[in-house]
Design a protein. Structure first.
Length: 145
């Protein structure tokens, strides 16, 4: 796939992100269509063998309505293998950690996950554009007293 750029460095990082997303989506679609083609070819082979329309698990006839909906199926509904969802998680989660739970104003103990509900309180500890930036644990008011 070519992005039409002369360099791998683009004017904006989001362009590379978009290209990565598009490529990932294309690969996913290609994989799904390849698997479907393999199932169709297997169904054509079952037609040649004279076993088309017979469930390979129960050896019973597959209802016509099911074959009409999914012509390449090899299973009756009751024996259809379930599709498992991937339990793969992004590699970034291996290095992510929860912020330290604090007792300061507005801080609450976290319940095992970090979401945007307490994000501002965590970020605010490091200062903001309208406040002085002080390292965590130092209190500006105590220093000035």
């Amino acid at each position: 796939m070519s992005t039409g750029e002369l360099s791998s460095v683009d004017n904006h990082p989001a362009d590379t992100g978009t290209e990565t997303f598009e490529r990932s989506r294309d690969l996913g679609i290609n994989k799904a269509l390849t698997e479907e083609l393999e199932e169709i070819e297997a169904a054509l082979q079952r037609m040649k063998d004279g076993t088309y329309g017979v469930c390979i698990a129960s050896k019973q006839n597959i209802p016509y309505e099911r074959l009409e909906a999914i012509p390449y199926t090899a299973y009756a509904v009751e024996y259809s293998p379930g599709r498992e969802l991937s339990s793969d998680r992004p590699v970034e989660e291996q290095v992510m950690s929860l912020p330290p739970a604090g007792t300061g104003e507005g801080r609450q103990e976290h319940s095992g996950r970090f979401d945007d509900a307490g994000a501002w309180n965590s970020v605010e500890d490091y200062g903001s554009a309208s406040s002085p930036v002080t390292p965590p644990g130092q209190d500006v008011e105590k220093e000035n007293s």
